[in-house]
Design a binder for this molecule. Structure first.
Ligand SMILES: [Zn+2]
Length: 61
C-alpha cells in the first residue's frame, strides 16, 4: 500500500496512475499519482511520504 503525502489517502500501487501526461519521461519515471487528489510522489516507501509531509509543514510555517 501507498500513502499519499498530501491527503493521506491509502491505495494500492495498481490503483495509482503511473505518472501524469505532462511528465517529460512519459512513463516509468517512478512517480505515482494519488487517485484521490492527484498529487504525484515517488512510490518507493512510506518514508518519502513522511518527508514530504514534514517538508510541507516547514513550507507552511
Ligand atoms: Zn492524495
Amino acid at each position: 500500500m501507498l500513502d499519499c503525502g498530501l491527503c493521506g489517502f491509502s491505495f494500492a500501487r495498481d490503483e495509482a496512475s503511473s505518472c501524469h501526461r505532462g511528465c517529460p519521461m512519459a512513463r516509468g519515471c517512478g512517480l505515482v499519482s494519488c487517485p484521490s487528489c492527484g498529487y504525484e510522489f515517488p512510490a518507493e516507501s512510506k518514508l518519502v511520504a513522511l518527508v514530504t509531509k514534514l517538508g510541507k509543514k516547514l513550507v507552511n510555517r
